[in-house]
Structures are given as C-alpha cells and as structure tokens.
Design a protein around this ligand. Sequence first.
Ligand code: FE2
Ligand code: FE2
Length: 185
Amino acid sequence: MTRRRLPGELSRAQELARMLRVDHAGEYGATRIYEGQLAVLGHKPVGRTIRHMAAQEQEHKATFDRLLVKHKVRPTALSPAWNAAGFALGAATALMGERAAMACTVAVEEVIGEHYAAQVERLRTIGENEEDAALADTIARFRDDELEHKDTGLAHDAEGAPAYALLSAVIKRGCRTAIWLAERV
Ligand SMILES: [Fe+2]
Ligand SMILES: [Fe+2]
C-alpha cells in the first residue's frame, strides 16, 4: 500500500487549496508577463504568436478563477506583486529584444511545466474522487500548453538571446521563489 501522508503533513483539502492558490497565482503572473511582452512587441510580426500564448494563459487563469470560488480558496495575498512583477518581467525582457522575450518564455514555461507535472503526479496519488481526477486531467492539459509555449520560444531562437544562460537562470530562480511564496502566502 502506498503511504499517503505523515502526521503533521497537510490534509488533502489543505494540499488541494495550496495547489489551486499557487496555480492561480502562476497563471495570473503568466497573463501579466505576456501583456508586458505585448506592450513592447504587440505591433511586430511576433505579436501574433505572443497573443496566441496570452489567450491560452487567459483561459488557464479563468479556469483557476472558477476553481478558487468553487473550493472557497482565497487567492494569494501577493496578487498585486504578481501583477507588477509579471508585467515588468515581460516588458523588460521584450525591450531587450524578441529573443530575450522568448528566453523569458522558455524559462518561465519550463518551470511551470515541471511544477504542473509534479502536481499531476501528486494529485493522482492523493486524489479520492472523480473531481480530483478531473483536476489532474485539466492540469495535465495546461502542462502540455506550457510546454508548447516553451517550444515556441525555442523555435524563435530564445537561446540566441544575449546572456541567455544567465537570463534563464535568473528568471527560473525567480519563478521557483514565486511558486514557493504563493504556496504559503
Ligand atoms: Fe498557463
Ligand atoms: Fe504558458
């Protein structure tokens, strides 16, 4: 039999609430990153590609908006910070050029993709009913979208961005910190 939980660990409901809160925060941040990119690059040919990804982020966020209400989970207290930081990250990297904007996309989507993959696995372990299974399926679908965004970034020569390795490492670190915070605050 699989061990599910040790004493002192979060209950299933607490764990679900934490997942929904962090995912909602992440999708909110993602919509703001793409809005920041579009503020700078929206009029360029690449704007069309970015708008497509932005529209998917809106759909992801709308899904978690509904799930938060349904499960009576409060959003992270840090929403205003994601609002500003997401937009700033998107706009700043876009100002460095299209490849830097795409490097930002690759870094962010890679971290979110890993985060979702881990969640899907966890949900399939602790899930108790059809609703939990449906949530796992939804997150698995979003994970696929995020990995598609990452591939789009790579196809647009993200790795050709100036100081790619550094840029990527800094953004990934920031995303992991944001996830850690959103799970707790
Ligand atoms: Fe997303
Ligand atoms: Fe995405």
